[in-house]
Every structure is written in structure tokens, then in C-alpha cells.
Ligand binder design. Structure first.
Ligand code: FAD
Length: 391
């Protein structure tokens, strides 16, 4: 196990067990050998490299068995380092895992019955079934707690779903999509495991993205989609339950932001050591060193915050404002860091060959998804002042 040079204060080496470090080392070796060399092409063609699914499952990356209320072996600190490792090489592959594991399996894990967990979680972990998570809508993003327009109507032992979803990751090839909809009877948000082969379900790829191009985001239309009561998430009774899923995944996106910053920083650092101008490596110029050192400071501060958020999660003490601050802070520092990395590479910072351009572009999606910086700021603002600046 080689510690990351960018883990300046040795968190990884000191917090993970030997077994966990071994798992990280295997994941890193696979990412470097099989993902890094090919991912630029997939990014350019806006295709998802589906061949990564099986190795991800074999590497045991898609571990669903998390429980917010008690510590467990598969700790969130470990899963955080997994998200960091994935994003350090490619944020799209990391996002695939975030959707499959954190959002789809996470919803079932948090809000499903034991029967639903037994049925779906092993299939999601092995990637035999691919999942997606449908919360956002064309007219409802930041206000999805109250603004959802998709409806669910109970008819006997069935539910009838109608509405539209937007931005749903993995949804062009998912086998099931977790659809969040408002119950017409009580107005509460409920969750449904919707097999994508159900009549009335249609997913269309969103084209023309400039960030996370390999991630297949879709617009979904639901027209009288009928699902049995047995596919309603039995413990999702209001938006609070949806929020419990997002609390954990948001903290994990903060980890991905640290990984993305590290990926950009490490590639830029290597470039500045090789590239010579004015007769010497550009790494020897003071202003370049300033960028590199500021980047390392951003990475180190963000890492400290996400490690602590995950420790709180493992202790069952993670609050919404904890993960909101981690997400807002780490993504903001990431955005600065990838811009410095891009700048340090000059013209080569905008071509895919040197990787930095990809991190630079991908940072934009991480900055906005799973709660924008503004919304996460307002969640923290509400917690520290007692005053809600949004409804
Ligand atoms: P809006 O809510 O329209 O916000 C626009 C701007 O207004 C933002 O800057 C926002 O911060 C600001 N704003 C809004 N309200 C306020 C306020 N009260 N005060 C101050 N500022 C405010 N969703 C899913 O359900 N499943 C997925 O798998 C998924 N994957 C995604 C992948 C990508 C690549 C992207 C880009 C998005 C994805 N999303 C997904 C949706 C994502 O969560 C939303 O984009 C995000 O929540 C923001 O919503 P919005 O885009 O509608 O922006």
C-alpha cells in the first residue's frame, strides 16, 4: 500500500485497517490500469464504459449494507476513501457507484422492508441489477422537498404513477429506478421501486453535457405507470425519509469532491515537474508553487472535514448540517483547485490527454448535484441561526 502523496497528514494510512488499505490498493491498481487509459475517449464520446461494472462489483465497491444508527465494519470512513479513490481517477465512474450504491441501494437500505432489502440489495451489489434514483424534476430541483409534481395514486393493491423526472443518472440503462412521488391522498412523498420495463415508463438521454459526459443522465416520463404495493418502499413515509438517504450520499459527494481535486492536483503536479519554460521546470517557478501549495491546503482541509463527517456518521451522529457543510465546503475548494491545476498546465490544461481538463469540467456537476452550494449553505445557515432562509 503506497500512501497518496496528496494525503499530506496521513489520514488514510492511520485511519484504515490493514484489510481496508489492501482493498483500496487493489481498487487503485485497477483504476490506474483499466480506467485511466480509456476514460478520456469515453468522456469525449459521452459513453459510459459498461465494462467497469463487473470489476467494481468484484472489488466489492458497491457495499450497500449501511445503517446510519450504528458503527459497522463497512464504515463510512472506508466508503469515503473508496469514493475518493474512484474520483481521483474519474468522477463519472465514481458517480455511477454513487447512484448504484448510495442512492439506489441506499434508498432501499434506509426505507425498504427487510423483504425488499433481501431481494434487491444483493443484486445491486453484484451489478446484476442496475439502479437509478429519480427525485429531481424539470420544474423541481432545489425545492424537491415540497415542489415535487409527480403523483402516486393508490388503486387497490397497485399504485399509479404520473409525472416527469430530470437528470436521473444511470437511467438510460437502469433495470430499476427509485421514483419519489407525492401520494395524492395524504400529500406525502413516497418512494417506489419501478422496474424500467413497466409500460408507461420512458427514459431519454440528456445530450450536450459539458461535465461528467460518460454519466448517462435522462429525462423520464411516467404515464400511468402501475406498480404493486409490494414495490413501494415500505418505510418511506415522508420527505424526511428521502432526506435521510441524501444526508449520507451528500457526505459521500464531498469525498468525491476531494478525490476530484486530488486527481487534478496530482496530474498538474506531475506536469509541472516535466514541463520546462525559461530553462527550468515550471514547478520551480514561485507562482506555480503557490498554486500547488494552495491546492494541497484545500485538499487537506477538505479531507479533514469529510473524515470527521464520516466518523460522525459511523457514530450515528451525522446531522443534515454536517453533511451540508462538508458538501458546500469541499466542492467550493475543489472548484478552486481544479482551476489552478488547469492554469498550471497552460494550453495543455484544456485537452483531455493530460486528464486535468476532465477534472476541471467534471467539477461543475459535482458542485451542483445532490444540493447546490447555495442550498447546502442555507441548510447550515438554518442550523446555526435558527432562522430558515428557505421554506
Ligand atoms: P435549481 O433548483 O433550479 O437552482 C438553480 C440555481 O438557483 C442554483 O444555483 C441554486 O442554488 C439556486 N437557488 C435555488 N433556490 C435557491 C434559494 N432558495 N436561495 C438561493 N439560491 C437558490 N437528481 C436526481 O434525482 N437523481 C440523479 O441521479 C441526479 N443526477 C444528477 C447528475 C447531474 C450531472 C446533475 C447536473 C444533476 C443531477 N441531479 C439528479 C439533479 C440535481 O440534484 C439538481 O440539479 C440540483 O439539486 C439542483 O437543482 P436544479 O438543477 O433544478 O437547479
Amino acid at each position: 500500500f503506497e500512501p497518496l502523496v496528496s494525503d499530506f497528514y496521513s489520514y488514510e494510512a492511520e485511519l484504515l485497517s490493514d484489510q481496508e488499505r489492501e482493498a483500496i490498493a487493489k481498487l487503485r491498481a485497477w483504476l490506474e490500469a483499466d480506467v485511466k487509459p480509456i476514460i478520456g475517449g469515453y468522456w469525449e464520446r459521452a459513453e459510459f464504459p459498461t465494462q467497469v461494472m463487473k470489476p467494481l462489483a468484484d472489488l466489492d465497491v458497491i457495499r450497500f449494507a449501511w445503517d446510519e444508527t450504528k458503527p459497522f465494519e463497512n464504515s463510512s470512513v472506508f466508503r469515503g476513501f473508496v469514493a475518493l479513490e474512484l474520483s481521483r481517477v474519474d468522477a463519472s465512474v465514481s458517480t455511477f457507484v454513487g447512484v448504484q450504491n448510495g442512492l439506489a441501494a441506499g434508498s432501499i437500505s434506509v426505507a425498504g422492508s427487510q423483504e425488499q432489502k433481501d431481494e434487491w440489495l444483493p443484486k445491486l451489489a453484484s451489478c446484476e441489477v442496475i439502479g437509478a434514483f429519480g427525485l429531481t424534476e424539470p420544474l423541481s430541483g432545489s425545492d424537491s422537498a415540497r415542489g415535487l409534481r409527480t403523483t402516486a395514486r393508490r388503486e387497490g393493491d397497485e399504485w399509479v404513477l404520473n409525472g416527469q423526472k430530470r437528470w436521473i443518472g444511470n437511467a438510460t440503462f437502469s433495470d430499476i429506478t427509485i421514483i419519489w412521488a407525492k401520494d395524492e391522498a395524504d400529500g406525502q412523498v413516497k418512494g417506489f421501486i419501478v422496474p424500467t420495463s413497466t409500460p408507461g415508463y420512458q427514459a431519454t438521454k440528456i445530450e450536450g453535457k459539458i461535465s461528467l459526459r460518460p454519466v448517462q443522465n435522462a429525462d423520464i416520463t411516467l404515464t400511468d405507470v402501475r406498480v404493486p404495493e409490494s414495490l413501494r418502499l415500505q418505510n418511506a413515509n415522508s420527505f424526511r425519509d428521502t432526506a435521510a438517504v441524501l444526508r449520507a450520499t451528500r457526505a459521500e459527494v464531498a469525498w468525491s469532491a476531494v478525490g476530484t481535486a486530488i486527481g487534478a492536483y496530482e496530474n498538474a503536479l506531475a506536469y509541472t515537474k516535466e514541463r520546462e519554460q525559461f530553462g527550468q521546470p515550471i514547478a520551480s517557478h514561485q507562482l506555480i508553487q503557490e498554486h500547488l501549495v494552495n491546492s494541497l491546503g484545500n485538499i487537506t482541509a477538505s479531507l479533514a472535514m469529510v473524515v470527521r463527517a464520516s466518523q460522525l456518521q459511523d457514530a450515528g451522529k451525522l446531522r443534515d448540517e454536517h453533511s451540508a457543510l462538508a458538501k458546500a465546503y469541499a466542492t467550493s475548494r475543489m472548484r478552486e483547485t481544479v482551476a489552478w491545476a488547469r492554469e498550471a498546465c497552460g494550453g495543455n490544461g484544456i485537452v483531455l490527454d493530460h486528464h486535468v481538463a476532465r477534472f476541471f469540467a467534471d467539477a461543475e456537476a459535482l458542485y451542483s448535484y445532490e444540493g447546490t452550494r447555495e442550498m447546502n449553505t442555507l441548510i447550515v445557515g438554518r442550523a446555526i441561526t435558527g432562522e430558515a432562509a428557505f421554506v
